[in-house]
Write a protein that binds this ligand. Sequence first.
Ligand SMILES: Cc1cc2nc3c(=O)[nH]c(=O)nc-3n(C[C@H](O)[C@H](O)[C@H](O)COP(=O)(O)OP(=O)(O)OC[C@H]3O[C@@H](n4cnc5c(N)ncnc54)[C@H](O)[C@@H]3O)c2cc1C
Length: 371
Amino acid sequence: MKSKRLRAEVVVVGGGVMGTACAWELARQGKSVLVLERSVPGAEASSAAAGILGARVEAHAPGPLAELSQKSRALYPAWVRALTRATGIDPEYRACGVLKVAFGTSELAELARGVAWQKPQPRTLSPRDLSKREPALSPRLRGGLAFDDDARVDPRVLFRALHIAAARSGVVFRSGAYVRRVVTRDERAVGVALDDGSTVEAEHVIVAAGSWTSLVEGLGIAPGAVLPARGQIVELETPGPLLTSVVFGPRAYLVPRDDGRVLVGSTMEFVGYRREVTAAAVRDLLSAAIELVPALADANLQKTWSSFRPYTKDELPLIGPTSIPRLLLASGHHRNGILLAPITAAIVGALVRGKRSPVPVAAFTPARVRG
Ligand SMILES: Cc1cc2nc3c(=O)[nH]c(=O)nc-3n(C[C@H](O)[C@H](O)[C@H](O)COP(=O)(O)OP(=O)(O)OC[C@H]3O[C@@H](n4cnc5c(N)ncnc54)[C@H](O)[C@@H]3O)c2cc1C
């Protein structure tokens, strides 16, 4: 059988939020883009995420990741508006703020110590402030911090909008296309080879294969440079919204949706690519959720799921050129890939067009995991 050959200016491996955001950006800049997805677009982590845009609540130290996160969150309102304009879909972006709460005074002091470096400082909330802002929270809470600039979005709806917007801008998606390796000629990337024997030629290759990135051959990165970090989530349903803000408790976080659903997350497990939802995780998440919001005891347990965060050992993403000319990575975004999608797309979009990145990217260089 004669093997098929396709061509595109840019080929993107992986149709999650990262691959699709980069593809949309490049198509809007006039590039012809083909996204190769082994399953269906959005099948993996990007649809499993809770949707916290936690640039401040998730920042544990000053540095390049904290800065990148804040820049990406700042892009969100305009990015979502552009998606809604292109598709008519509202991805439920809400500038709702995130509360981090504690049941004991020593835990509260620890929370304050953890953010001492942040500027501006998150607001300190008394038990009274907490119950005024979120009356459903447990009266046993001793207080908390308010990260007022942080936000939330519904990742599944966001992805649907992104997928449609990208397709309308001319991006071609091929589902069921498993990329085995990057093809090089004269030491530069010139395309990819699929496991059905076909090849796609391209001027630029972007690998955005999430937790499976290290399994794509020919990237010049160390085996295990990106590892799967499993997270489990429980979705509860209440007749009306109990919360508006995202709430981080000591053992779980709660992410409300406008229609009364509440997502309870999450675990962080290194168990390879095992997709189970475990009894112990569901028990622990439910007990933590009910401790935070006692009325959740009566909620309908709607769904559970698990998926894999693309984890890197230094917990920094891999964004930008590799040691192989014309091959870029957009991967390893771990806990914050939904948050970091707009800035990653802006960086990749600029670099592919030979322009300077809009933000410094040295800290995220794939060179640090060269294999
Ligand atoms: C439980 C959980 C909760 C989370 N909560 C949040 C949150 O609240 N906020 C936030 O910002 N982030 C969150 N995240 C992280 C976020 O989901 C990820 O960082 C982000 O989705 C990564 O996007 P991606 O496109 O890189 O990966 P994915 O969405 O996993 O997409 C990668 C795609 O590549 C495809 N692929 C892989 N290998 C190949 C191949 N060889 N050929 C072709 N296709 C291939 C896969 O099928 C997949 O569709 C959460 C993650 C989990 C698991």
